[in-house]
Design a protein around this ligand. Structure first.
Ligand SMILES: CC(C)(COP(=O)(O)OP(=O)(O)OC[C@H]1O[C@@H](n2cnc3c(N)ncnc32)[C@H](O)[C@@H]1OP(=O)(O)O)[C@@H](O)C(=O)NCCC(=O)NCCS
Length: 212
């Protein structure tokens, strides 16, 4: 009979390093269908993270934080302090090589239920837009945790770590978008202190004032 070992230590949250990048891509895909696994929706497993995860640590590695367990990367939060400046950075540095890698001809629905074409359209259509919302809430973020790490307090810890970093930079506020198909994430954002500022068919924009 083997004695039970010591309890495993709480999962560490730490700043992103480049070795975390493959794990970030995997977690992004496996949570990319309104919080559920999007693997079956994409022929190209990298497309989602090319847009919603990887550019953040490339533009500003100081605002991405990750959590690992013994199986690998468990979750991350990615953020930018200044959304408009980030969009300008994307236009200059990020979209051009991706537009070469994914020609616009791929932005056509093949009719088989896969969604690569929508992401390719995004890569080609994205332009910097200085929204009025950015004045008070210039930062934005994305947070994703694999199912085995959910509802353990890790989302709150990752979020608190990023919000502390944003406050440390004197950022006045942060916004995010949550799809209407993801009520669990909506409940999480309310629980950690976001409020809803607008709602549409696609989902809701939520904000948090960081000056208080
Ligand atoms: C949404 C997500 C980041 C939340 O992280 P988490 O680690 O599961 O949440 P936590 O355990 O830290 O919970 C923090 C608070 O949110 C609340 N919460 C979390 N998930 C919830 C749910 N499904 N329903 C209701 N409340 C929820 C908790 O009750 C908790 O409140 P409390 O501390 O006052 O008890 C995580 O579940 C996730 O990555 N999901 C899949 C990807 C995703 O949907 N990302 C968001 C895309 S917009």
């Amino acid at each position: 009979m083997t004695a039970a070992g010591p309890p495993s230590p709480p999962t560490a949250v730490r700043p992103f390093t480049l070795v975390d990048l493959p794990g970030v891509y995997r977690v992004c895909l496996r949570t990319g269908d309104s919080g559920r696994d999007a693997t079956a929706l994409y022929r190209d497993p990298d497309l989602l993270a090319h847009i919603y995860a990887a550019p953040y640590p490339a533009a500003d590695p100081g605002l991405t934080f990750v959590a690992h367990d013994e199986e690998g990367l468990l979750g991350y939060v990615v953020g930018t302090a200044d959304t408009y400046a980030f969009e300008e950075w994307l236009a200059e540095h990020w979209w051009p090589p991706l537009r070469g890698r994914y020609p616009e001809a791929l932005a056509t629905d093949p009719g088989d239920g896969t969604l690569d074409w929508q992401r390719v359209a995004h890569i080609h259509q994205a332009r910097p837009v200085d929204e009025p919302l950015y004045e008070r809430f210039p930062a934005h973020l994305h947070i994703d945790i694999l199912p085995r790490g959910q509802r353990t307090g890790l989302g709150r810890r990752l979020m608190t770590t990023l919000l502390t970093a944003l406050r440390g930079r004197g950022v006045s506020g942060v916004h995010l978008g949550v799809g209407s198909g993801n009520p669990r994430a909506h409940a999480f954002y309310l629980a950690v202190g976001f409020t809803e500022t607008s709602r549409d068919d696609w989902g809701a924009v939520m904000v948090m004032d960081l000056t208080q």
